[in-house]
Design a protein. Structure first.
Length: 335
């Protein structure tokens, strides 16, 4: 079965053709992040305009690269939320038009739950139940995945998301948007120094007996540090920020793993592309029974492969008339 996935929730316009849920036949991503880098963050109106410009060429390219014509596509999958409303509408309305004119079933997809499915784009899919940490630009969610379509939300962030913490603190340091990759690149320099101690910034809620995070205090701590000592050594500050964020993500996830004892731990979302974070998880889970899964970095950040994969495992065929964009959809919500 071939699915065409379409993703336009934020500043990436993406389309992908996936065979039998797990085989990538094409993965095309156009991003307007260069444009947002100039303004230091996303301007929703601009992102939506760019989506409208890119959507048809991106879908056309994804079909061509997959060697597929419309006759070869069995179903269409599209992100219906959460995200920026203007951006979402471009993908949703395009997918509805294709569904109507091609007479193919349409499957609306929850972007957050779909991130987890980047872990199925391998030969051997993970076993369930799995504990999934979804860390993206707007969300930090810990969920228990008992089965496909059966997610239980365990906890998340009280304020800023993990990706947001990277993006906002990077901006304070004058680093380029998106902040995660910029901070991680800068931090690498500093981490080359053997035996560096990284304890400058607070690790909020690290010892709290819950599955909650809080990252907004980090911003304030970085502002204070810059006011006090200036931006003297950016690579050291970047390493300190990365360490504070990854320490709490790891510590609290490990506590949940110990308590819940899932078969697998599934990392996903843009922040899962962070090497320091995945190295920490790998070393902590090395000698345990828990199978640690993280997608390759290019499948962690937004693309349409896992949108189609999610749709394959949750075949919720819906009439195009009933599919609507929902910017506020939560990870356990129905798309
Ligand atoms: O999942 P994603 O591509 O888009 C959303 O659904 O939000 O996540 C984007 C977020 C941004 O905040 C970006 O700074 C962060 O993922 N990110 C990273 C890295 N690559 C992307 N954060 C830390 N380290 C990275 N290497
Ligand atoms: Zn995302």
């Amino acid at each position: 079965m071939r699915l065409l996935g379409i993703e336009t929730s934020c500043d990436e316009t993406a389309a992908s053709v996936i065979e039998d849920g797990t085989k990538i036949l094409s993965n095309v991503v156009a991003t307007s992040s260069e444009m947002h880098a100039k303004t230091g963050g996303i301007i929703p109106e601009e992102a939506a305009r760019q989506q409208a410009v890119s959507i048809i060429p991106v879908i056309k390219k994804a079909l061509e690269e997959a060697g597929s014509k419309k006759e070869d596509i069995d179903k269409i999958a599209v992100t219906s939320g959460p995200g920026l409303i203007g951006s979402l509408l471009v993908g949703v309305e395009t997918a509805k038009t294709l569904s109507y004119t091609w007479e193919k079933p349409l499957i609306p997809v929850n972007h957050l739950a779909a991130h987890i499915y980047a872990n199925w784009l391998e030969e051997k899919g993970p076993e369930l139940p799995g504990l999934a940490l979804v860390i993206s630009g707007g969300h930090t969610d810990l969920v228990l995945m008992k089965d496909h379509g059966n997610l239980e939300w365990l906890g998340g962030t009280r304020d800023d998301a993990a990706g947001e913490a990277f993006d906002k603190t990077a901006r304070l340091l004058g680093l380029r948007y998106p902040g995660g990759p910029s901070i991680s690149r800068m931090a690498e320099e500093h981490l080359k120094n053997k035996g560096v101690k990284l304890d400058l910034f607070p690790r909020p809620l690290i010892d709290a007996e819950n599955y909650e995070w809080s990252f907004s205090g980090l911003k304030t701590a970085v502002i204070r540090e810059v006011e006090r000592n200036g931006k003297k050594d950016i690579s050291r500050l970047a390493a300190e920020i990365q360490e504070a964020i990854t320490d709490v993500l790891v510590a609290k996830s490990l506590r949940a793993i110990k308590k819940i004892k899932p078969k697998t731990f599934l990392l996903s979302g843009g922040v899962a592309a962070n090497k320091r974070l995945t190295t920490k998880f790998k070393s902590e889970l090395k000698n345990t029974d828990v199978d640690f899964r993280v997608p390759p970095p290019e499948l962690c950040t937004d693309n349409a492969t896992y949108i189609a994969t999610f749709a394959f495992f949750n075949q919720n065929d819906t009439s195009w008339k009933k599919v609507i964009a929902n910017p506020d959809l939560e990870i356990t919500g129905e798309a």
